[in-house]
Ligand binder design. Sequence first.
Ligand code: PRX
Length: 652
Amino acid sequence: MSDEGHVLDVLLTENRRFPPPEGFCDGCVVYDPAVYSAAEADPEAYWAGWAEKLDWFEKWHTVLEWTPPHAKWFLGGKLNVAYNCLDRHLVGPRRNKAALIWEGEPGDTRTFTYWDLHREVSKFANVLKGLGVKKGDRVAIYLPMIPEAAISMLACARIGAPHSVVFGGFSPESLADRINDAEAKVLITADGGYRKGSIVPLKANADEAVKTCDCIEHVVVVARGAGLTQEVAADMAEGRDHWYHDLMAGASAKCDPEVMDSEDLLYILYTSGTTGKPKGVVHTTGGYLTQVYATTKSVFDLREEDVYWCTADVGWVTGHSYIVYGPLANGATVLMYEGAPNYPDWGRFWQLCEKYGVTIFYTAPTAIRAFMRVGEEWPNKSDLSKLRLLGTVGEPINPEAWMWYREVIGKERCPIVDTWWQTETGAIMITPLPAVTETKPGSATKPFPGIAATLLDDDGNETSAGYLAITKPWPSMIRTIYGDDERYRETYWSKWDGIYFPGDGAKRDEDGYLWILGRVDDVLNVAGHRIGTMEVESALVDHPAVVEAAVVGKKHDIKGESIAAFVTLKQGMDGTDDLVAELKEHVTKKIGAIARPDVIMYAAELPKTRSGKIMRRLLKDVAEGKALGDTTTLADPAVVQKLQAQYEEEEG
Ligand code: PRX
C-alpha cells in the first residue's frame, strides 16, 4: 500500500468541506441527489436510461446477463461506436461544431469540426479495409498525440476492427509483445512525435518491433516529425509500409458503419499486472459506450458550449474513455495537445487554457504536484477565468495538492472531481457529482450512481478499512483478459465470490466517504503510470550481470511513487556506478522510460522468507528510510538489517 500512514493522518485531521460552488448548479447536468437512491434501487433501469440516449440500430432485449465473472450488457442491441461519436452529430448545429482542436508541441494547430472528423474517419476506415482489415481483425496503434490517433481509433471502431493502442513511450520490445499477443494485422505509427523539444523516433521503434511480429502485414505511417520524414522515407519497406497521406489521397469518404453487437469487442488495452506479462484488457461496445457517455456528461457536467481538455495520452485508458469515446459521444469540443506540460516552459498548459478558453480541465495529481513545485507565477501569467470544473485521475491526490489546484488554478470557483477508476473498469467508478457532492480534499467521495462499491476484508466481511470491492457488475467492466480467461478469473474474481477485486486499499470515514490508499498488490503507480514490479524485475534479470532483482515503490513528492531496485549480481561482477547507469538504461530499453528505476542498490542477498519468497514490504521500508516492519518470518533477519545500514550509508 503506497501511503497508508499518511492517509490515516489526513483522515484524522482533514476537516475541510467544499459544497458545490454557488451558482454552479444553474443549468447543470445532474443536480438531484435522488439520482443515487433511484440508481441503487434499480441499477439496470438506471443504466438502460443512459443507453437510451445513444443511437442503436436495434434495441437490446435484455439489459444484463450476469454469470459471474462474465457480464453481458444490452444483449441483442446493435450499434456502432463511431456512428455514435460522429454521424449522429451531423444533423443539426453540431455538424459545424469543433470536435477536435489540436495543438502540436511546436505550436502548430489543426481543428476538425464533426463534419471534418466524420470525413477523415470514414476515409481512413476505407483505407484499413483496402489493406484487408475486416471486422474482428486487430489493429495496433503506436502514435503520438496527434489527431490521427483519434481518427485511427474511430476508423477501427467504424469497421469493427478492435484496436490496441500502445503508448508511444513504450520500447520496441514492449510494442512487439503487445502486437504479438493481440496478433494485430496492421500497425499504425508515425515517423516521429514531439516531446520536450525533441522527436521520438516512432517509426524506427516500430521497425525494430515488427522484426519479431510475423502477424503484421502492413504498417501505415503518418508524416508528423518534420525532421524525420526524409529519413523514414528512405526506410519504407516496399509493400509493407505506406504513408498515411498517400493512402488517404485515394480513399472514398463514404463508409457505412459496421453493425456491431453490443458485446462485440471494441478494443484491447494492455496494462500491468503482478506478473511480468501485461494483461490485454478487453472492452466491448454497448456497455462501455453507455458508461463513458454517462460519466463524461455527469461527472464533468458537460454542456454544449464547453471546451473540454483531458491531458492524458491516448495510450492510456483515460485517453480512450475521456479524450475520444466519452466526449465525442457527447458531441463535445475536445482539446488535444501533443507535448510536454513544461515545454517550452511551465506556462504551456495555462497558455493553452487561455488560448482555447478551456472550461473543463482533467489531469493527474503528479502534474499538479509538479506545477505546485515550480510555483504559481506560471498559471498566474494566463487568464484562467473560463475554467469552471477541474478533475483529477490516476493516483491518490494529497490534500495539499488538491487545495493548491482549487485555489491557484480554480480560483476557489471550480468544483474538483477526484475520479477513481482503472483500465479494467473502463469508466469512472468513484467520484463526486460536481453539483451534488460536498467534496473533501483527498477523497474520491462516493460511488457513481449505479455503481456498488464497498470495503471488505480478506474474508469478505464489510469493514471501514480494507480492500476496495465492486459488488455488482457495471456496463463498462472488463470482459476478460485477451486470450487468458483463466487469468481474468484468478486476478479479479478469486478473492471473493462474484465480487470484483480492483487491487486497491481504501478507508471509509464517518460520512461514508471513500479514501483510496493505493495498490495492495505488486503494482506500482509512478507518476500516474501503472507498472508491475515483476516487469521491471524481469528487465533487470535480463541483464547478464544480474542474478536476482527485487523492485519496490518508494514514496516520491511529485511522482507519488518512484522505482527502487535491489539487485544481486553474478559472482565476480563488480557493483560499480557505471553498471548502475547501464542497468537503468537496460530497463528503459526493455520497457520504456516510464519504468526506469530512480535508485538501484546492490544487495549481496535479498531478504526472503523461509519458503524463499522475497519480502518486498521490508525492502520498501529500507528504500523509504523507515523503521523495519515485522522481520520474524525472515529466514535470516540480518540480511535486511545489513541492507538497511548499507542504504543509509549510500543514499543518505
Ligand atoms: O490504484 C488506483 C489508481 O490507479 C489504478 C488504475 O490504474 P490504471 O488502470 O492505469 O488507470 C488509471 C486511470 C484510470 C487504480 O487501481 N487510481 C486511479 N485513479 C485514482 C487512483 N487512486 C486514487 N485516486 C484516484 N482518483
